[in-house]
Design a protein around this ligand. Structure first.
Ligand code: SF4
Length: 185
């Protein structure tokens, strides 16, 4: 019998080759009635082992940025574009993101947020359906329709990117604050 998360994520999914190298499918986590959903790229080694998104080094950076913005992950839903760790943490391929979109749609359908925030160019490109350059579009707000929801989507930097570009931390905090305010309006 197939196992699913409370939000309908298929925990035994075999739809793409990432199933062969993962330890486990990583569903989203947080407040199941959150108004704001954060979407990152893919699980890394810590997430693959622990079964939760953003619990490694990038997760620590995200927690710090959320704290600075006066927020906490308990009030959000946090997920990724793909739910299985790509080998050697490579960027997920467009076909893998497309295959995995049903998992995000399942969570969107049950959590029903008002606002999404795309963490990094991969997530932003996946959510907006076109290539996104953070240099040009970080901090921008878009309207999207997905899983029968009318959503606003804020584009920002991925917490892991802050390791190599510390100056972007200010942008991340500002964009998290903006997304939170939009979600509460
Ligand atoms: S990445 Fe998504 S589509 Fe591919 S096997 Fe994992 S859960 Fe299934």
């Amino acid at each position: 019998m197939t196992r699913t998360s409370p939000q309908g994520v298929d925990l035994d999914c075999q739809r793409c080759p990432l199933a062969r190298s993962r330890l486990q499918v990583v569903p989203g986590s947080g407040d199941p009635q959150a108004r704001l959903m954060l979407v990152g790229e893919a699980p890394g080694a810590s997430e693959d082992q622990g079964g939760e998104p953003f619990i490694g080094r990038a997760g620590s950076i995200l927690d710090g940025a959320l704290d600075e913005a006066g927020m906490s992950r308990e009030r959000l839903w946090i997920a990724n574009t793909v739910r299985c760790r790509p080998p050697e943490n490579r960027t997920p391929r467009p076909a893998e993101i497309a295959n995995c979109s049903f998992q995000l749609d399942a969570e969107l359908g049950t959590v029903a947020p008002r606002v999404m925030i795309a963490l990094g160019a991969t997530a932003a490109s996946a959510l907006l359906g076109r290539p996104v350059s953070l240099k040009d579009e970080a901090g921008s707000v878009h309207r999207i329709r997905r899983a029968e929801l009318d959503l606003r989507c804020v584009v920002t930097y991925h917490p892991a990117g802050i390791i190599y570009r510390p100056s972007a931390r200010t942008n991340l905090v500002e964009d998290l604050t903006l997304a939170w305010e939009l979600s509460q309006g």
